[in-house]
Each structure stands twice: as C-alpha cells, then as structure tokens.
Design a protein around this ligand. Structure first.
Ligand SMILES: Cc1ncc(COP(=O)(O)OP(=O)(O)O)c(N)n1
Ligand SMILES: Cc1nc(C(=O)O)sc1CCOP(=O)(O)O
Ligand SMILES: [Mg+2]
Length: 226
C-alpha cells in the first residue's frame, strides 16, 4: 500500500496524536467554554480551537489563549484551526489546515518540527500529498452528513474513509457527523480517531458524551475502563 510513497512520515517529537479531537463550537449564540471544560475534565487530550470566520483576530487570540491555558492545566494539547499566527502567538501545540489555508510545508517551516500539523484530506490522493508535505495527521471527511458546517461535498462514508486509511501511514482522524457508534465504525475502518463538534457541544451532558466517545476510540484514561 505504501510502496510508491517513499518519503518518510513526519514524526512530531514527544507528541502522539490523541484519538479524540474535540472542536470548539463558535457559531453565533454558542459559548464554547462549558462543553470544552467538561470534555477536558472527562479526559479529552486534544482540543481544536476553531474560531468561525466572523471572529476577528483579536477575538480568536483571546479564545485560543484561554483554551490553550485550560489544556495545559489538564495536560491536554491544543491545536488552532486555520490561523497559524494565532497558534504561534499562544504557543499552541499545533494547527489544522485545509485546502484554503497556508500549505503544510510552509507552516512546518514557520512552526518547526515539534508542531502538530494536521491537514484536511477528502480522498487518498490529497492525503498522500499532505503526507509528503510533512503533515502529522490527516483529518478526513465529511464521513457522514453534518449539521455543523455548510458547503461540504457529499459524504464519503465508511468506504471512502477506509480507502484513505489504506493509502497513507499517517494517523487518520475522521470528521463529520460522528457519534459514539459511528466513531467505533470509523476506527474499525482504519481511522486512528475522530473529531467532533456537535456530539459534545450539543450533548445534554458533554462530560458523559466525551466519556462515551473516548471509550469508542479506545482512549479512556487508564483505570477508567470497565
Ligand atoms: C480534524 C479536522 N479535520 C478536518 C477539518 C476541516 O478543516 P478545513 O477543511 O480547513 O475546514 P474548516 O474547519 O477550516 O472550516 C478540521 N477542522 N479538523
Ligand atoms: C469543521 C468540519 N469540517 C468538516 C469536513 O468534513 O471538512 S465537517 C466539520 C464539522 C463537524 O461537526 P460535527 O461533528 O458536529 O458533525
Ligand atoms: Mg480550514
């Protein structure tokens, strides 16, 4: 499967990629903090700060600063979506980049070898390109339809996800429409883990929702497994 792709995977020194990525809900009218605090208390090890486009850089900076502080207090990692300069300003652990964001190789030059740099892939070819550019992981979606984001292409389903997982030896993080049952199915399809917005931010009990997702991806803290 990897025979024609001989460029080595970027290893992020000292940082393994967590299996559950909890993404902030920053739509107008939403306060991201209660569910993020609950997710961290429940044992989530990575928060992606995703300020929606209406956030000014000042507002994004304040959000990223506060969430990165919370992550540090809990021994979790923080990754900033899109805005590399904000990640740098708050010394976040990394960034997540899509097709319209700064390229992965340029960002690696800015943030250095220890940064976690994720890139969005929608098929096997784009995942291979991201791997060659030095991505730490690939976020792959939309796996299922979502209510959280508009303008996405059709969902690729578990088969599309499995095809990307088979194409690259990078951790694959499945995204879009993920709940605990689907998270299990994504891991069975070869994903390293999943990323979620609504499954935690819209849950009646974000702490319990996080525990269920952590269990689904096999990342419940030691001693908590039934
Ligand atoms: C883990 C993960 N995967 C994919 C995405 C989507 O990123 P992108 O395509 O850049 O879209 P926006 O999130 O910027 O709207 C993600 N954020 N995280
Ligand atoms: C931010 C984002 N990116 C996606 C992609 O497929 O690129 S789907 C998505 C939102 C995922 O939210 P939920 O977990 O509520 O479905
Ligand atoms: Mg983006």
């Amino acid at each position: 499967m990897h025979t024609s792709d001989t460029v080595s995977t970027h290893e992020t020194p000292g940082k393994s990629v967590p299996r559950l990525h909890v993404i902030t809900q920053t739509r107008p009218g939403h306060d991201p903090f209660p569910s993020i605090k609950a997710a961290l208390a429940a044992g989530a090890r990575l928060i992606q700060v995703r300020p929606e486009d209406h956030y000014t850089d000042r507002e994004a900076l304040a959000l990223a600063e506060e969430i990165t502080d919370l992550c540090r207090q809990q021994g979790a990692l923080s990754v900033v979506n899109d805005r590399v300069h904000i990640a740098q300003a708050v010394a976040a652990d990394g960034v997540h980049l899509g097709a319209d964001d700064l390229p992965v190789d340029i960002t690696r030059g800015i943030l250095g070898t220890s940064a976690i740099i994720g890139g969005t892939a929608r098929d096997a070819m784009s995942a291979r390109v991201l791997r060659r550019a030095g991505a730490t992981y690939v976020g792959v979606g939309p796996v299922f339809p979502t209510q959280t984001k508009e303008g996405l292409p059709d969902a690729i389903g578990l088969e599309g996800l499995a095809a990307v997982c088979a194409a690259v030896d990078l951790p694959v993080i499945a995204i879009s429409g993920i709940d605990p049952e689907r998270a299990r199915a994504c891991v069975e399809a070869g994903a390293h883990g999943v990323a979620v917005v609504g499954a935690i931010s819209s849950a009646p009990d974000p702490y319990c929702a996080t525990r269920e997702l952590l269990a689904a991806v096999g990342e419940l803290p030691t001693g908590d497994r039934a």
